[in-house]
Design a protein around this ligand. Structure first.
Ligand code: NAP
Length: 283
């Protein structure tokens, strides 16, 4: 790094296991950018917004728990982030902080080539930032989203906001022939034995996508595959949303294949490592 190195990073908490630095720094190196991506673990958004301006941080990704909470600390939102109501990308232009959302594009870029969405019903499980991105993306592609959530009041509010139907999670089996996107963290490492939808209801869905990518194959995807559904994990979404952030920040096209490769290699190593640890625990 030199004095001229452009600094980017990730804000949120906890961040220790994030793969964003690995993915972004591999892309910057391959693109020949004098740039570095680092972690800014924080619990205080006012201080973080000041730090971004004072230190001239060029851009940051935003993760849990700040995708909605960060909105009041920004100077403006682009059109898509304003409609989604959540931000995963901040760009600093001379101290002016603009919020964008690349999650919706990341997800839909991955889904639209595999599954028919236009005119089709798509159940979106969850009511957080990732659900907002999924609902917006499904609507933009002419699909008919249904909000499915554990907490009824949150799900109903979200469905009203996006002009779609709501179902409590306990009634998900009443859907038939829809696609399904899990946007909850249920099934994520280390709680890989959990799943948001029981196995016996899965054959009703045409396809099942999970925004989780740790592990690469969640229990939900494994059981959906067993029930005859087509499936898609969250890795493509992760790579696509990061590539779009790089495009917003630098105006250049990011090397998606390389980004996917470095993340897959790290995750495959971790999956293998956890399987070995699992085997030791069982023996
Ligand atoms: P969030 O704002 O905290 O929302 C989580 C949602 O999950 C809530 O609606 C919550 O339901 C539901 N939920 C949590 N635990 C549950 C349980 N045990 N049973 C049923 N529902 C449960 O989180 P988020 O920001 O939307 O992120 C969600 C997931 O998306 C995370 O795993 C994140 O890593 C992933 N993600 C992936 C990508 C990617 O690039 N692949 C991008 C963004 C996010 P209630 O309303 O009932 O509490």
């Amino acid at each position: 790094m030199t004095g001229k190195t452009e600094i980017y990073g990730l804000i949120g908490s906890p961040l220790a296991h994030s793969l964003s630095p690995l993915m972004h720094n591999a892309a910057y190196r391959a693109m020949g950018l004098n740039a570095h991506y680092t972690l800014f673990e924080t619990r205080n958004l006012a201080e973080t917004a000041k730090m971004i301006r004072d230190r001239g941080i060029m851009g940051v990704s935003v993760t849990l728990p700040f995708k909605q909470a960060v909105l009041p600390f920004l100077d403006e939102l682009d059109n898509e982030a304003a409609q989604i109501g959540a931000v995963n990308t901040i760009t600093n232009r001379g101290g002016q902080l603009t919020g964008s959302n690349t999650d919706w594009l990341g997800l839909l870029e991955d889904l639209r080539g595999r599954f028919e969405i236009s005119g089709r019903e798509v159940a979106v499980i969850g009511a957080g930032g990732a659900a907002r991105a999924a609902l917006y993306g499904v609507l933009r592609h002419g699909g008919v989203p249904v909000v499915v959530n554990r907490t009824v009041s949150k799900g109903e509010d979200l469905a009203r906001e996006f002009g779609c139907r709501f179902l409590p999670l306990s009634e998900i089996r009443s859907l038939d022939g829809a696609g399904l996107i899990n946007t909850t963290p249920v099934g994520m490492t280390p709680r890989v034995d959990e799943t948001p939808v029981s196995r016996d209801g899965l054959h009703r869905f045409r396809w099942v996508a999970d925004v989780i990518y740790t592990p690469l194959v969640t229990r939900l995807l494994r059981e959906a595959d067993g029930a005859g559904c087509e499936t898609c994990n969250g890795l493509g979404m992760f790579v696509n949303q990061g590539a779009e952030q790089i495009r917003i920040w630098t105006g250049k096209t990011a090397p998606k294949e390389l980004m996917r490769k470095v993340v897959t290699e790290r995750l495959s190593g971790e999956d293998a490592g956890s399987m070995i640890q699992d085997a030791k625990l069982r023996s």
